[in-house]
Design a protein around this ligand. Sequence first.
Ligand code: GRF
Length: 207
Amino acid sequence: MQPINLSILISGSGTNLGALLTAIREKGLPARVVQVISNKPGAYGLVRAQQQEIPCRVLTTDCGSTALLEWLAEMDTDLVVLAGYLKKVPDEVLEAYENRIINIHPSLVPAFAGRGWYGMKVHEGVWARGVKVTGATVHFVNGEMDGGPIILQETLKLEEDDQPTDIQQKVLKLEHKLLPRAVALFAAGKIEVQNGRTIIQDEGEHQ
Ligand code: GRF
């Protein structure tokens, strides 16, 4: 299978980026990370990318959507992956890459998702509500925060004594499996979007 070109957008530590790079290197995920773009110059994910000689860019507010569109086109991007990217994607980019931008969210969307639900806030909310089952979601990105068609979800049963940081760590482990699976489905052309829902063709075995 021809590898697809991924542009990864991050804001933070980039462990999901790391999981994708591992899946490409060790598990034959048919993809290439052609660039990593961060809105934060100090994001540790940029260090991870530089260690593997992946081109990096910092998207300051002055750059605007034109720069982002140019960078994505310049690197022949097939799929844009938001891996812990905390800014809104500009409308022009959403239009140009419709159903070609995915995001990973650390809950079972639509619960604990949308405006204000990000990072530890999600896991604190899950804990405070006494939720018994949480999880992770990969979805396409549209103009609505965490609102695009859901591609994959995985659940996690919580223990009575799990604290928000425990929940975060357990969910992050799930994310590291879920995101490469979603990219593999996209690369294989197995995701179809119909009426705001996805239809996933036979995924086959996954670990
Ligand atoms: C993950 O929990 C992801 O779901 C959320 O931000 C976090 C990013 O983690 N959108 P990392 O930067 O990949 O370590």
